[in-house]
Design a protein. Structure first.
Length: 190
């Protein structure tokens, strides 16, 4: 999780941003393992890439269940500045080169995972980019992105509901991913 100094620095740079907390309890051993792996990073970037006409970019990967798309995300490395991570992830996942001034910090989603009696906080920094109308082209060969689509607010909300209703071993991951989609859909509606 970020420290108060980093959050103050981001607020000075981008202005005040919204904060929301999402809690996840009674986690399965499989999802607890995913959380342990995610906690090697200090959080993630969640990219909101406008595509024109009120639409944003989603992506999918071949190992996801059929029909599952989501907002692009990527980890923040230990010692990496949040803004640098946002620019790096946009380039790796989309092939989109950004300058810092082309980013807007929309919010910080604090995901609180309870693993047994331990409280783990995983930060999702939600950045909106400038509009990107080109064809996305991932540059990181380790990113197994297999497709993209553009969605409006209603479709983004439907995506969130779909993620929240994923079956079996995808259930907890889907609920975690759904929260950000529904949070963003509410802001797109306003």
């Amino acid at each position: 999780m970020s420290n108060d100094n980093e959050l103050e620095k981001l607020a000075r740079r981008f202005g005040e941003f919204e904060r929301a907390v999402f809690e996840y309890k009674s986690l399965s051993p499989g999802f607890s393992g995913w959380i342990a792996k995610a906690m090697r990073r200090r959080g993630e970037i969640l990219l909101v890439v406008p595509r024109g006409n009120g639409r944003v970019l989603l992506h999918t990967k071949p190992h996801y269940p059929d029909g599952v798309y989501r907002l692009p995300t990527g980890g923040i490395h230990r010692g990496e500045e949040v803004v640098d991570a946002a620019k790096r992830e946009a380039y790796e996942e989309i092939g989109f080169k950004l300058k810092s001034k082309e980013l807007k910090l929309l919010g910080l989603l604090e995901n609180v995972f309870w693993v047994r009696e331990t409280r783990l906080v995983y930060a999702s920094f939600v950045f909106e980019t400038r509009e990107f109308l080109e064809t996305p082209a991932p540059t990181d060969p380790d990113e197994a992105i297999s497709g993209f689509c553009d969605v409006d607010e209603m479709e983004l909300r439907a995506t969130g509901y779909h993620l929240a209703s994923l079956p079996m071993h995808w259930r907890e991951w889907g609920k975690f991913r759904a929260a950000a989609h529904l949070w963003l859909a509410d802001r797109m509606r306003a």
